[in-house]
Ligand binder design. Structure first.
Ligand SMILES: [Zn+2]
Length: 321
């Protein structure tokens, strides 16, 4: 496989990323395009495959392409190649993406869901390199993740394994999108973090957040809260502290379930630094004494928004080597 490249496609509802990955996991080239607006899955995936092959021809001319991997923002069946559901791209619901991509490109094709791809990318080429046991939590609009055991990213028969966002952390807590109450996602997803800050402002607390957004509370973002926390704003530090406590509790559960060498935190606010990680580590140190897990092994993920294409490309090497 050395001297060949794999194509990785990270599909999103409005844009998709394409990257060329060598067998060592180095991104040789990458770019992004608007996702084609199209109701026919054959045409939609055909156009995506054409753009991906064109990138390979332009940026790695003459280099043999080993195959093509695609990460999907929804549940998939990697064995059959079928996209079960694609919430932001309903045209692909039920489509056999692997078959369509094979036909369109003439290459071996592989599929994974986006959280699986991000976990695989971090395990092979990111902050999880060298770990045999690892978990990734990605903090964004929702809270996702994945779990690796014995150097393999796990998936279960119903593709729910590693959905850490729906660990119940606070019974009777805020309502989650899944219908339950008190899931990690309902406590530490994007909106939950912002709401926590807004509630404190509404109680008359002083914060530089108010200087930054005035009365337009909808302009508050987790990133802004994290930045101001790092700069010493007390209200924002409290929010990070509370978020870190909930994440710490979830991590304690993950520790006793899969005994990880490392736990990685990815997504927008994982760059918050010590203001968030300090709170997480304190919670883990306090709660998870039985595990002998070193809280310093809770670290930021490395690949950022490249994790999707690196993971999709890695699907090719996982399956062909
Ligand atoms: Zn839930």
């Amino acid at each position: 496989m050395s001297g060949q490249i794999a194509i990785g496609i990270d599909l999103g509802g409005t844009t998709f990323g394409v990257g060329l990955l060598d067998v060592q996991g180095k991104l040789v080239a990458q770019t992004g395009y608007p996702t084609p607006v199209c109701a026919d899955p054959v045409q939609l995936l055909g156009e995506i495959s054409q753009k991906a092959l064109a990138l390979a021809q332009a940026d790695a001319p003459g280099v043999p392409v080993a195959g093509l991997g695609i990460g999907i923002p929804g549940p998939v069946d990697p064995q059959s190649g079928i996209i079960k559901q694609c919430p932001n791209l309903h045209a692909l619901d039920g489509a056999n993406a692997v078959e369509i991509l094979k036909q369109a490109s003439g290459l071996p094709a592989f599929i994974g869901n986006d959280a699986f791809c991000a976990t695989l990318a971090e395990l092979r080429h990111g902050a999880g390199r060298g770990c045999r046991y690892m978990a990734l939590l990605t903090l964004g609009t929702g809270v996702g993740g994945g779990i690796a055991v014995k150097n393999k990213v796990l998936r279960g028969p119903r593709q729910i394994l590693g959905e850490v966002g729906h660990l119940v952390i606070e019974p009777g807590g805020p309502k989650c999108g899944c219908g339950n109450h008190g899931c990690l996602e309902a406590l530490t997803g994007r909106q939950a973090i912002c709401d926590r800050a807004i509630l404190k402002l509404q109680r008359g607390r002083i914060s530089r957040l108010a200087d930054a957004v005035g009365a337009e509370h909808e302009k508050i973002t987790p990133r802004l809260i994290a930045d101001l926390a790092r700069e010493g704003d007390v209200l924002c530090q409290e929010v990070m502290d509370e978020i870190g406590y909930y994440l710490g509790l979830a991590i304690c559960d993950i520790i006793v379930l899969c005994d990880p060498d490392k736990i990685l935190l990815g997504g927008g606010i994982s760059g918050a630094g010590e203001t968030l990680f300090g709170s997480i580590r304190r919670t883990v140190r306090h709660v998870s004494q039985i595990s002998h897990f070193d809280p310093d092994n809770i670290v930021a993920a490395e690949l950022g928004n490249q994790a999707g294409i690196v993971g999709a490309g890695s699907l090719v090497w996982e399956n062909l080597i």
